[in-house]
Write a protein that binds this ligand. Structure first.
Ligand code: ADP
Ligand code: MG
Length: 352
């Protein structure tokens, strides 16, 4: 039995590695018949029969990718799964399994890891993926989480970044910039809290933005939606670092250029309001803010009629020959070269 004087803080070194893994993963069930062997051996065993397998990994480091000052561990666990699922969705594949590796210091009690794994469990349930293994090790200070996601697709379903062709339409799902502004709100509240811990923030005007930052969702629905609409994207990528840098990845891989229209960028009303409040240009935020986890893809112009009425899909531009470059056409109809500024750049020079 564990000796536990403080019910909220059970030191993890009381359990030992095997008991810890067992404790954290005992509620994980197996949902896919492709999972032949899950947690508990030297390696998991999978069988995808005639399907192709897609694999993607992400690494999240405390202090770099997340701040436990405002990201609750449950949300962090959920989001760590989501960012990986999003990469599988961006290949137009179905996520099926994940592995979860963590490095923790003894600063984290068992209860903290339980929270983290509760988030991982909820996301695995929502996205219908099996947790099939991982690794657990110690870290000298911060928390590190690495997740590998595995997915399946028929060969002809897979969509790469390099298939966009001249005249294709550029489409984005959902809306842009909200996750970035959610982070700005949280950062501001954290500063207020540091000055006066009794100050209870009123975050009602920012609920959508904060949710987009703390609990983003991957667009697992889009594969099915496009199948129903009988549209296959010619190229696709997920928006983790911001629209502009993803547009550059896609156009560079496809050896094309593109024109994006400012007036077509999908913005949530809450984003527009908060940008005014922070005195930031909403277009800049929509283009450069990161972590929206929406999908950016191209379709043949002839498929336009099939998608035009769908509220999830927004045509924001079109592909041009490579030598014409990558531009944004402003509301005033001026053509400006788009710059590939990612997520980290914007925080350094946001009023540039
Ligand atoms: P090894 O010594 O071969 O690295 P481990 O003792 O680390 O094996 O892991 C034992 C089993 O538990 C393996 O199936 C492994 O995939 C799984 N596992 C280890 N750490 C985690 C974790 N953090 N989350 C989920 N599964 C884990
Ligand atoms: Mg191990």
């Amino acid at each position: 039995m564990l000796e536990n004087k403080d019910p909220q803080r059970t030191p993890i070194d009381q359990l030992g590695e095997f008991a810890l893994i067992d404790h954290l993963t005992k509620h994980f069930d197996i949902k896919h018949k492709s999972t032949i062997k899950s947690i508990g051996d030297d390696a998991a065993v999978l069988d995808f029969e005639s399907k192709k397998v897609v694999v993607s990994t992400d690494l999240l480091i405390e202090g770099v990718h997340f701040d436990l000052g405002y990201a609750p561990l449950k949300h962090l666990g959920y989001k760590a799964v989501v960012v990986n699922i999003s990469d599988i969705c961006a290949m137009n594949a179905n996520p099926t399994q994940i592995t979860v590796s963590i490095a923790v210091s003894n600063r984290f009690p068992l209860e903290a890891l339980e929270e983290l794994y509760e988030g991982i469990r909820l996301a695995s349930k929502f996205y219908n993926v099996d947790v099939i293994g991982g690794d657990t090790t110690s870290s000298t200070s911060g928390l590190i989480i690495s997740i590998t996601a595995i997915g399946e697709a028929n060969e002809e379903e897979i969509v790469y970044r390099d298939g966009a062709k001249d005249t294709d339409l550029l489409v984005v799902t959902g809306d842009l910039g909200a996750a970035y502004m959610g982070l700005q709100v949280l950062e501001r509240e954290k500063q207020v809290f540091l000055v006066n811990p009794n100050n209870q923030p009123d975050l009602d005007d920012y609920t959508y933005l904060i949710e987009r930052q703390l609990k983003p969702e991957a667009r697992k629905d889009i594969k099915e939606l496009l199948e129903k609409l009988e549209v296959k994207p010619t190229a696709m990528i997920d928006i983790s670092d911001g629209l502009s840098s993803e547009i550059f990845h896609l156009t560079k891989s496809s050896k094309v250029g593109c024109n994006v229209y400012e007036e077509k960028l999908p913005l949530d009303p809450q984003l527009i309001n908060v940008c005014e409040e922070f005195n930031l240009d909403s277009t800049t935020i929509a283009i450069n803010g990161g972590e929206d986890y929406e999908l950016l893809f191209t379709i043949k112009m002839s498929d336009y009629d099939k998608i035009k009425a769908n509220p999830h899909l927004n045509v924001i531009g079109h592909i041009v020959p490579e030598n014409e470059g990558v531009h944004i056409i402003t509301r005033e109809n001026t053509k400006i070269p788009l710059k590939a500024r990612g997520w980290s750049a914007i925080s350094k020079d946001e009023d540039e």
